[in-house]
Design a protein around this ligand. Sequence first.
Ligand code: DC
Length: 228
Amino acid sequence: MINKNLITIDGPSGSGKGTVCHILAKKLNWHLLDSGALYRILAFVALQQHIELDNHVELTELALNLDVSFKSNGTGVDTLISGENVGDKLRTEIVAQAASQVAAIQAVRDALLARQKAFYQMPGLIADGRDMGTVVFPDAPVKIFLDASAEERAQRRFNQLQDKGFSVSIAQILSEIRERDFRDRNRPVAPLKPADDAIVIDSTSLSIDEVVDQVLQLTNLKLNLTVE
Ligand code: DC
């Protein structure tokens, strides 16, 4: 099957992908796949069950049997593990680092592949991740790689955490971002990199609206739509 109404947006964390994907999914009224959430969920459950993050066999088994669902709640999406809403618990730095570790295991990625592909449903899909355009949906007609400097991404994360009332060090955030980037970009399986046919957008000095406009212009052009 050729996936026609499909936009893949890959890039490092903090590039603005998540927000851009949510806005696009709303504007186009398409489905949304937050593939990072799947790796975070797997890591979260593994930590809860005290499964070692280098135990490929148990992690793969867990990945194949995860009981996960996503439900729209009006303002965003609730993530349910075995029916329980885990919300912000997936957004901690500990879970992020663990997600990046489990995501480096080929068998785990294979175990999550069919689940990700199944998100493609009419009328269309916005797929957010690291390997959406390279591995999961290689025939997507619109592929974006959204990047930003590590310093800018650290500043954005710092602002977010400050808004939530956390006291954090920007130097610490920058070093965690660099550590995770290094692992995601240099792993032998499905490394974070633009697909050969992806359009690279550098969001370092762009607003979210400017990025959304650029993606929409490209989508309208490629898919013959007129969405504003
Ligand atoms: O996008 P995120 O920060 O929620 O992703 C969490 C981790 O999962 C990230 O370090 C890399 C990994 N990931 C991946 O390897 N492939 C994806 N398609 C999405 C996320």
